[in-house]
Design a protein around this ligand. Structure first.
Ligand SMILES: Cc1cc2nc3c(=O)[nH]c(=O)nc-3n(C[C@H](O)[C@H](O)[C@H](O)COP(=O)(O)OP(=O)(O)OC[C@H]3O[C@@H](n4cnc5c(N)ncnc54)[C@H](O)[C@@H]3O)c2cc1C
Length: 354
């Protein structure tokens, strides 16, 4: 079958890779001049999140699927993408420590939680903290490198049209008029993967699209510092030997997608509070919008009146861990008729699920 994917960020890349591997033809439209969340994300996979130390949704299933798919993509693209890395987080006070210890006694938690993690040079580089805790099975995915390498391949193979997709082309491309196929379709299926800009897609306008703007700093140090990810109010994530990702801010209300001076100061202040044992230089400041959904679950599924028009969106703050399983569920549904998990099926918002 022949597929057109609108958007080639993390969602479009993983979806297209799965379809190609299953023997299908895949073409893309993408607007590279727009900011994309995938170009800004650290790609952290964090099994234990939030102040209450809760296990991420379906994480036992998501991590093995992510490891498998990203390592397959490493071989396919010839780039390094999957970086298992310890994640150390600060426990700020006695209450945090008690909560952490209580949580680690809950069923299914102990394999992800470590009370006395190896901290390397962290104590000499950062301000003293009440206690450190370790999250096991954390990783970082180099999402930006993956999307860029995949894009290069698509361009070389003439399979990527650069520009903003015009949504009124959908019926003609599907060889349909008023919903009935009546000609030679250019594509058998169209899958919309536009990230937060899906809110401008009139075919799926009824869904409760959200958007959460995030800003990050990239800093460079004199010499390599850490080979672990550290969360102390903000995340400090090693990217290469001497550059670090620092972030991120989170804003549901925003008037533009550009980085702001206010958030640069906010992040720089947070970093200065924590990274006290070395000098560094801020070399970049980036912003993008996360595609969020109010119930924090993905958007997967098919347009109610157009059976060849589909959506893969809503990856929110956890795209790196969610997208490998999400793309598998959508591929199984499209290619083998397997039902989508109800929690991610877009029919949860407008129609009773059968
Ligand atoms: C600051 C920040 C930090 C983050 N950190 C992490 C993290 O550590 N771990 C994690 O798992 N997730 C993280 N995320 C979330 C993650 O980035 C997203 O979940 C994921 O990248 C979303 O991928 P996507 O493909 O849906 O959207 P995007 O990456 O935004 O890609 C959408 C693509 O579609 C294109 N497009 C849109 N409309 C059209 C159109 N009409 N025509 C043509 N092309 C179109 C866009 O140009 C873009 O290329 C972070 C996000 C941000 C902003």
């Amino acid at each position: 079958m022949k597929f057109l994917l609108i958007g080639q960020g993390l969602a479009g890349t993983l979806m297209g890779f799965r379809l190609e591997r299953a023997g299908h033809q895949v073409e893309y439209v993408d607007a590279p001049e727009q900011t994309a969340a995938s170009a800004v994300a650290a790609g952290i996979i964090n099994p234990i999140t939030g102040r209450r130390f809760v296990k991420s949704w379906r994480i036992d299933e998501l991590i093995p699927a992510a490891r498998l798919l990203y390592t397959e993509l490493e071989d396919f693209l010839g780039v390094s993408l999957w970086h298992p890395q310890p994640l150390i987080r600060t426990l700020y006070n006695r209450g945090d420590l008690n909560d952490w210890q209580a949580r680690s006694a809950d069923p299914g938690y102990s394999e992800y939680m470590e009370d006395e993690p190896a901290t390397g040079r962290l104590p000499e580089l950062t301000q003293p903290v009440f206690a450190y805790a370790g999250v096991r099975h954390a990783a970082r995915v180099d999402v930006a490198t993956m999307v860029a390498a995949f894009r290069e391949k698509l361009i070389a193979e003439g399979r990527l049209t650069s520009g903003v997709f015009a949504y009124d082309q959908v019926p003609a491309l599907l060889g349909a008029d008023a919903g009935a196929r009546n000609g030679n379709p250019a594509y058998d299926h169209i899958i919309c993967c536009e990230g937060w800009r899906a809110r401008f897609n009139p075919w799926f306008a009824d869904l409760p699209h959200g958007g959460n703007k995030g800003e990050v700093l990239i800093v460079k140090t004199q010499a390599p510092l850490l080979n672990l990810m550290f969360k102390h109010r903000v995340f400090l994530v090693p990217l290469s030997d001497d550059t670090y990702w620092v972030g991120a801010t989170s804003e549901n209300q925003f008037s533009h997608e550009e980085p702001t001076a206010k958030n640069r100061t906010f992040l720089a202040d947070r970093l200065a509070e924590v990274l006290t044992g070395t000098t560094y230089e801020i070399i970049d400041h980036r912003a993008a919008v996360r595609p969020t959904v109010k119930d924090r679950r993905m958007f997967l599924g098919t347009h109610p009146d157009w059976p060849q028009l589909h959506l893969f969106n809503g990856l929110g703050t956890k795209g790196a861990s969610l997208a490998p399983c999400g793309s598998q569920w959508l591929a199984d549904y499209l290619l083998a008729g397997k039902p989508l998990p109800e929690e991610v099926d877009i029919r949860r918002f407008n129609q009773p699920l059968r």
